[in-house]
Ligand binder design. Structure first.
Ligand SMILES: Nc1ncnc2c1ncn2[C@@H]1O[C@H](COP(=O)(O)OP(=O)(O)OP(=O)(O)O)[C@@H](O)[C@H]1O
Ligand SMILES: [Mg+2]
Length: 233
């Protein structure tokens, strides 16, 4: 069965958590699922993206909520999750209470990290946090994926090898390249399926991630009867 609650976390800031969370949430919506987007980051960039989405006439919207602390996030997600097929939780880039709460309640945890700024300290911090959490709730699937992948792949190989040191997380070979399509679309509250100039590599990468997490590729349908977006790609 496909997981319901997906948390996107990394104690390191700026690794692409919000970008990945927005891409996944919209892809899931476009697979015909009922999606809820939960933003546990005080910066609320994920909620801002979902607010931007409200401006696109004809687009299906995603209900969203923001929670500033772990207690309220955990309570509300536990109580509301049954109303949705998929809940995507985006949390801030530091060891916030919302991150711990997300780790406690998720079915799958996704850790985007960047090979260039590859920082084993951040991953070992995640590893020890996850050891704590797993001692409380038992083991659960945790996947680390490369975001903003290097085109020549050298850093990627190193990052993959470094990940073998950590027992709590598995390397997911579904990298996102550094592509304008990812950043531009997410900034507009859209995903790479919904922008005018489609980037096939970005589409393939998102589809591979959706298969790895949910067992289902992108729908691949073109949109009809929606506003055309001025998202220069
Ligand atoms: N695959 C990508 N290709 C191009 N740009 C990207 C990609 N992923 C993220 N970015 C850009 O990198 C920056 C940081 O991304 P994002 O805000 O998603 O990171 P974050 O981990 O959520 O940050 P924070 O820790 O502040 O919450 C943004 O400007 C975003 O547009
Ligand atoms: Mg973010």
């Amino acid at each position: 069965m496909a997981p319901k609650i997906i948390a996107v976390c990394n104690t390191k800031g700026g690794t692409g958590k919000t970008t990945v969370a927005v891409q996944i949430a919209i892809a899931r919506l476009r697979q015909g699922k009922k999606v809820w987007f939960v933003d546990g980051d005080r910066q609320q960039t994920g909620a801002m993206a979902m607010t931007m989405r409200l401006n696109h006439r004809g687009r299906r919207r995603i209900p969203f909520a923001t929670y500033p602390d772990g207690k309220s996030l955990q309570f509300n997600v536990r109580n509301m999750a049954e109303q949705f097929d998929t809940v995507v939780i985006d949390v801030g880039g530091f060891d916030a209470t919302t991150m711990r709460a997300a780790m406690m309640i998720c079915d799958v945890l996704l850790i985007p990290f960047q090979p260039r700024s590859f920082d084993s300290w951040a991953l070992s911090k995640m590893d020890s946090l996850l050891e704590d959490v797993m001692s409380l709730r038992g083991s659960f699937p945790v996947y680390a994926m490369i975001n903003c992948a290097d085109p020549n792949g050298v850093d990627n190989k190193e990052a993959e090898e470094a990940l073998n040191d950590f027992s709590t997380m598995k390397f997911l070979p579904c990298a996102f390249g550094r592509r304008k399509a990812f950043s531009t679309s997410a900034g507009y509250g859209l995903n790479v399926e919904e922008i005018k100039v489609r980037d096939q590599k970005a589409l393939n990468e998102l589809s591979a991630l959706m298969i790895a997490i949910f067992g289902e590729p992108l729908k691949g349908k073109k949109d009809e009867n929606v506003d055309s977006e001025n998202t220069e790609n």
